[in-house]
Design a binder for this molecule. Structure first.
Ligand SMILES: [Zn+2]
Ligand SMILES: [Zn+2]
Ligand SMILES: [Zn+2]
Length: 227
């Protein structure tokens, strides 16, 4: 019954604000890393189940196997989103998370599209030789990471398998547009306190047909089989 929830509206909003802020920052914005006690400015904004804060190196270490997680960095005033690649994280391919004895000298930026948005990761390919004296092909290494490459030649874009599964079950286009919009915007859970009006924080999917934007002017008069 909705009446049971109505008296709790302010409590829930207070809890949301508490969740978006941090109980660990003191009045001088000082907080120690949960692990090493160095000054901490990072926390996970993704599906890690803790809101605790970490220094950069501990935050990176905790996300060694979670390359698509997005972090939040406290800049002294607010939390801003930052991806692991920006902090220097690399994904070593070919060894299921373990170090490679023969890593490629260069790394490559790979765009990985997942159900929660579009990520950029810096990948390093493996150049270990197999019994036939050849490397695993780049697209194979990306595929084995659980990322479906957009091309087999020098892949620079991939979609996660879970995105492809999701594609089969949901209204992907609109959902992705919303998720991309929300990952590009600071969270606005406190917007009730700042005030916002209907229509804000909306984004159109660029791949969907929008008359006047990405359709020919005479699209409506085209024959049905062309339309
Ligand atoms: Zn630390
Ligand atoms: Zn995380
Ligand atoms: Zn290797």
């Amino acid at each position: 019954m909705v009446e049971e929830w109505l008296p709790l509206r302010d409590d829930f909003l207070d809890e949301l604000l508490r969740f978006s802020g941090s109980e660990y920052l003191d009045g001088h914005n000082h907080v120690k890393c949960r692990i090493c006690e160095e000054p901490a400015t990072f926390r996970c904004a993704d599906s890690c189940s803790s809101r605790r804060m970490y220094c950069k190196s501990c935050a990176l270490a905790r996300h060694a196997d979670l390359p698509l997680h997005i972090l939040e960095m406290w800049d002294g005033i607010t939390f801003v989103k930052v991806d692991l690649r920006t902090l220097g994280a690399e994904v070593q391919l070919g060894h299921d998370g373990d170090p490679c004895p023969n890593p490629c000298q260069n790394t490559r930026r790979l765009v990985v599209v997942d159900i929660d948005g579009i990520h950029q990761v810096q990948v390093r390919f493996c150049e270990c030789l197999d019994p036939n004296d050849t490397f695993a092909l780049e697209w194979v290494q990306v595929f084995r990471q659980g990322w479906f490459p957009a091309t087999t030649l020098k892949p620079a874009t991939a979609a996660t398998f879970r995105l492809l599964d999701f594609f089969q079950t949901g209204p992907l286009c609109q959902t992705l547009a919303n998720l991309v919009a929300s990952s590009a915007q600071p969270r606005s859970r406190s917007s009730r306190y700042n005030g916002h009006s209907p229509g804000e924080l909306a984004v159109e999917c660029p791949a969907c047909p929008h008359p006047g934007k990405n359709l020919p002017d005479d699209w409506a008069s085209a024959p049905d089989d062309v339309k």
